[in-house]
Design a protein around this ligand. Structure first.
Ligand code: MN
Length: 233
C-alpha cells in the first residue's frame, strides 16, 4: 500500500538500440546557439551570443515512429535536429574528461520549438519554457550505448517529406560534449537518466500536420516521426 494520493505516472523512458531495455529519463537539458551557422540564421553573432542552457520536462520524450500532435498556441512549429547525450552517471563540478565518463549513450532527437512564442519571449526578455518545453516536444530515436564509441564528428541531417532541410557535422558544435557536460554540472547536479540536447545546425523551418520527419547522425539510429493534426480540446 503506497502513501501516494493517486498512482504516480510511470517514469518516462527511451528505447535502447538492439535491446528490450529502456533508459529511464530523469531530466532533459538543452543547449541553444551551439552551431555558428544556426546562430547567424537566427540573426545573431556566435561570438556575442554564447551557448545558452534551457530544459524540457522529462515526459516530453516521444518514442521513435510517433505521430506527434501539432501543439496548441502556435502557427510556427519548427524542427531542430540534435545530437542527444544520455547519462548513466552524474555529479557536480565535473572536469570535461570526467564528465565524458558519465555518458551512457547517444541518440538523434528533434528539439521541437514553437518559434513564434520563442521570438515573442526573446523580444520581451521572458523565459523560453512555453516555446520549448511543451507536451511531446522531444521525439527521440533509440539510444546507442557508448560501448560503440563516443560521437565527436559525423554528418547530422534532417529531411521533411524527403527534402533535405538541415545538414552539418557534429564537429561544428561551438561547445563540444565534454565542455557542455562540465558547464551543466556547475549549474546542476547531473544524474543518471539525464538527457542533453546539444543544439541544432542551420536550416530550421516550419512543420505542418501530415509532415514526415527523418533525421540522423552518422553511426546512430535514424529518427522518424510525423506531425499529426492538433489534439482535440
Ligand atoms: Mn535546439
Amino acid at each position: 500500500m503506497s502513501d501516494f494520493v493517486f498512482a504516480p505516472a510511470p517514469p518516462p523512458s527511451v528505447a535502447v538500440a538492439g535491446s528490450r531495455a529502456r533508459f529511464p529519463v530523469h531530466r532533459i537539458y538543452c543547449v541553444g546557439r551551439n552551431y555558428g551557422d544556426h546562430v547567424r540564421e537566427m540573426g545573431g553573432t556566435p561570438q556575442a551570443e554564447p551557448p545558452v542552457f534551457f530544459s524540457k520536462p522529462a515526459d516530453a520524450v516521444q518514442e521513435n515512429g510517433s505521430a506527434v500532435p501539432y501543439p496548441p498556441a502556435t502557427t510556427n512549429l519548427h524542427h531542430e535536429i540534435e545530437l542527444v547525450v544520455a547519462l548513466g552517471a552524474g555529479g557536480r563540478s565535473l572536469a570535461p574528461g570526467e564528465a565524458l565518463g558519465c555518458v551512457y549513450g547517444y541518440a538523434a532527437g528533434n528539439d521541437l520549438t514553437r518559434r513564434d512564442l520563442q521570438a515573442a519571449a526573446k523580444e520581451r526578455g521572458q523565459p523560453w519554457d512555453a516555446s520549448k518545453g511543451f507536451d511531446a516536444s522531444a521525439p527521440l530515436a533509440p539510444l546507442r550505448p557508448v560501448a560503440a564509441g563516443h560521437v565527436t564528428r559525423g554528418r547530422i541531417w534532417l529531411k521533411v517529406n524527403g527534402t533535405l532541410r538541415q545538414e552539418s557535422d557534429v564537429a561544428e558544435m561551438l561547445l563540444p560534449v565534454p565542455e557542455i557536460l562540465a558547464a551543466l554540472s556547475r549549474l546542476y547536479c547531473l544524474r543518471a537518466g539525464d538527457l542533453i540536447f546539444t543544439g541544432t545546425p542551420a536550416g530550421v523551418g516550419p512543420l505542418k500536420p501530415g509532415d514526415r520527419i527523418e533525421g540522423g547522425i552518422e553511426g546512430l539510429e535514424t529518427l522518424r516521426h510525423s506531425i499529426a493534426p492538433a489534439a482535440a480540446g
